[in-house]
Design a protein around this ligand. Structure first.
Ligand SMILES: [Fe+2]
Length: 260
């Protein structure tokens, strides 16, 4: 089986609401290896709650984790990454070098919505285009504005976004509407990456395998492997990646969603 790539896991000890200590971070890495992962983000939040988390701080913490994992012979390749909360200042902060792209490759920025809000990412995508940077929508299943609107999701993908979903949400969706939305995304080719959004070993553990099984059930092993392994490892390693366009929207979705 191809090793999984966890494109969303908090592993930088003491930098955010993820692992409080290096020991917990290492335990999370061991868990990920058991889950079948060989690639993971060494990620921390970059948002106003953690004003000290500028790119250099994340880079040096990730370097220390790389050394620890090598020392302990844990076969997990970790890649420094920021989880950037969108704000009107995102582009300026990127230009100022404060934000950390996925794997520090300056190709993809992992972004989440502001607390309790949903914003249009297209202006930022357009602004970042000359920089060669595109966006990954973190834990995209959280945003019903996207999940329930395949046309909008499609528009964002066509504009250069990748859609990341959380493995646990695939395995244990919060409600039937989320399950229906995720299934529709999966079958329509709207999902590109998955991640555990792991934060610790007691709560929000880094779980992947159950989500992969659900994806496999919905779309078959080959496509599930692209999402869980192939595309994720390409993004983390900074390799070029082109994903297929989502399938054309099926009229019956609209009928079911909007009744005409
Ligand atoms: Fe996160």
């Amino acid at each position: 089986m191809s090793p999984f790539a966890d494109t969303h896991v908090h592993l930088l000890a003491g930098l955010d609401d993820g692992p409080p200590t290096v020991d917990v971070a290492v335990a999370m890495c061991r868990m990920l290896v058991k889950e079948g992962a060989r690639y993971a983000t060494a990620l921390a939040h970059q948002n106003p709650d953690y004003p000290d988390n500028i790119a250099d701080r994340l880079r040096s913490s990730a370097s220390a984790l790389v050394a620890t994992l090598a020392d302990k012979k844990i076969p997990l390749s970790v890649h420094p990454t920021g989880e950037v909360m969108l704000s009107p200042n995102t582009f300026d902060e990127w230009k100022a070098g404060k934000l950390l792209s996925v794997g520090d490759h300056k190709q993809w920025l992992l972004v989440e919505m502001p607390h309790g809000d949903f914003v249009d990412v297209l202006p930022l995508l357009e602004a970042l285009k000359p920089e060669g940077v595109r966006l990954i929508i973190a834990h995209a299943e959280r945003y019903s504005e996207l999940l329930d609107d395949p046309a909008l999701t499609s528009k964002w993908i066509e504009a250069g976004c990748l859609i990341q979903v959380t493995a646990r949400a695939l395995a244990e969706p919060w409600d039937p509407q989320m399950e229906a939305g995720l299934k529709r995304w999966a079958k329509g080719g709207f999902i590109h990456l998955f991640g555990s959004d792991g934060h610790g070993i007691d709560r929000r553990r880094p779980i992947l395998e159950a989500g992969f099984r659900r994806l496999t059930k919905w779309i078959g092993r080959s496509h599930a492997t692209q999402i869980a392994s192939v595309w994720g490892s390409a993004v983390l390693e900074g390799k070029p990646l082109t994903v297929p366009h989502p399938r054309p929207l099926n009229r019956s979705w609209f009928t079911r969603l909007f009744g005409n």
